[in-house]
Write a protein that binds this ligand. Sequence first.
Ligand code: PLP
Length: 386
Amino acid sequence: MPWELPRDLDTPALVVDIDVLEANVGAMATDLAARHIALRPHVKTHKSVEIARRQRAAGATGLTVATIGEAEVFADAGFDDLFIAYPIVAGGPKADRLRALLGRAHLRVGVDSRRAAAMLGRALGPHSGLAARIELDSGQHRSGVAPAEAAVVAQACADAGIEVEGVFTHPGHAYGGPGAVAGAAEDEARVLAAGAAALAQAGFDARVRSGGSTPTVRRHLPLTDPGPRSPRARAPVVEQRPGSYVFNDRIQVALGSCTPEGVSLVVAATVVSTAQPGRFVVDAGSKALSSDRVDFLPGFGVVVGAAGRGAAGAAAEPDGPDAVVVRLSEHHGVVETARRRPDIGDVVAVVPNHVCPVVDHFDHYVVVRDGVVVDRWPVDARGRLT
Ligand code: PLP
């Protein structure tokens, strides 16, 4: 989609189209509500209180975060139902910070080992109010145990005085390519069902069966209620934690999660060099676009539109999808194109491969509607890695 960018942006800039963003937020909430699945969006993507408020207004039941630092930012902003979907190891200062968070939010954390459960218990004591969700590996082979091991970890949580409320998984192997998505969604449902059954058999609560990734999120589902019992009670997945869907990115388009028109965020970058034939260089390098790449796409991002402000003063023609960012230095993005190159000083819109790390490189969003700046929002939880 050709992007209309405002003039006089200080680049590189993180530009969000508010209408597309709001459409994405609303559509996800509506689709999951129709499927009787709770929405607990992962806010590590946007790290923005403004956007989280919009998600809550649309129906999100709580938020998912990746770190204690992100939880602190959103708790400060009044969000009191938080899931840290990460295997928290409660050593050092993290113990105090978790205790402080428990005073002002309903807090759940991921646990995938007996040792981490014991450390949480030692750090927080019994009856802390902390809830655990046992992390399951559904095929990404990152963190998470096999369903058969879920009860052992749950028992360790119980021994440590931590309430077990269910299981969760992230089917990250959906990012293997367009052909991987359907299988990953099936793995997610199967593993959540098996893990929940293992917990129930051992006498634990398995009411929460939480899945989540943007490529797989819409694949679970009876859309209509086929019988007298609630589909929510029968479905293996009762909660979803998509994150990237608010913005989408080049990978999401390639995986079929959205159309190109569903991308709500670009990095605006200025053309700073055309010295090399067939190429131009923009002022967005790895410190703006991140170096994330995948096997099934060339390069680091794609140029989808331009706002002229070069010597000629005329808008450059939008480049086609063949204008790929083929190489990055820290502050240089080298774009290869077979089409007419923009002029020095033109500002182009780059759709990054993977939006989450890109956002973390910026202090604020430039919010636009119809190409006009309407607001600026801080990236509130930028850099909250701990
Ligand atoms: N849950 C967990 C544990 C994750 O790690 C992620 C993303 O990395 C998500 C949910 C959200 O996935 P996505 O960015 O595909 O929406």
